[in-house]
Design a protein around this ligand. Structure first.
Ligand code: RTP
Ligand code: MG
Length: 160
C-alpha cells in the first residue's frame, strides 16, 4: 500500500465491573485517543464464560478470585479500531497493577486509565488484548456474529 497507507487494527477492550460506573469517562478517553468504537456489548459473564475467556490463567493462584471479580457485575466489551490499536490501547491503560500505574506516566500530559479508575492488582478497571492472536479470539468471543468485517486483522484497511 502507498506511502500514506495506514494499518487499521482492531482490539478488544473490557470495562470491568469495578469501573462500570466510569464507563462514560473511559469511553471519552478512548475517543480522545483516536480510537473508533466499532461495537459495544454490556453483559454479565457466567463463571464458565469467564473461565473460558481467561483460560490462559487457569491454574494460577489468582484465577478463582479473578473469576469471582469479573462475574461480580456487568462488564462492557468494546471493539476498538485505530492504527496500531492493540499496542496503543495497552499503552493507554498502563501496567496491570493500578498502584504501579499511578506511580508512573506514559508522558507529561497523559495519565493511564488504570491509574485513574483502577484500585489494585486485580481491580484494574479495564482489559486489553495483548496480541493480534488474542485480539481476534477475544473479539470473536464477545461478538461471534459480528457483521462489521471491513478490516482483516493486521492488514491495511485501504490506500489513502
Ligand atoms: P488484562 O488481561 O485484563 O488486560 O490484564 P493484563 O494483561 O495486564 O494482566 P494479566 O496478567 O493478563 O491478568 C489478567 C487479570 O487478572 C487479574 N490479576 N490479578 N496477582 C493478582 O492478584 C492478579 N494478577 C492479575 C487482573 O485483573 C488482570 O488484569
Ligand atoms: Mg492479559
Amino acid at each position: 500500500f502507498g506511502k500514506h497507507g495506514i494499518f487499521v487494527e482492531r482490539t478488544l477492550a473490557i470495562i470491568k465491573p469495578d469501573a462500570i460506573e466510569n464507563a462514560n469517562e473511559i469511553e471519552d478517553m478512548i475517543l480522545k485517543n483516536g480510537f473508533t468504537i466499532l461495537q459495544k456489548r454490556r453483559i454479565i459473564l457466567s463463571a464458565e464464560q469467564c473461565s473460558d475467556f481467561y483460560s490462559e490463567h487457569y491454574g494460577k493462584k489468582f484465577f478463582p478470585s479473578l473469576v469471582a471479580f469479573m462475574t461480580s457485575g456487568p462488564i462492557l466489551a468494546l471493539i476498538l479500531a485505530r492504527e496500531n490499536a492493540i499496542l496503543s490501547w495497552r499503552e493507554l491503560i498502563g501496567p496491570t497493577n493500578s498502584t504501579q500505574a499511578r506511580e508512573s506516566h506514559p508522558d507529561r500530559f497523559r495519565i493511564y486509565v488504570r491509574a485513574l479508575f483502577g484500585t489494585n492488582e486485580q481491580k484494574n478497571a479495564v482489559h486489553g488484548s495483548d496480541s493480534a492472536v488474542s485480539a481476534e479470539r477475544e473479539i470473536r468471543f464477545f461478538f461471534p456474529n459480528s457483521i462489521v468485517e471491513p478490516i482483516p486483522l493486521g492488514r491495511p484497511a485501504r490506500d489513502y
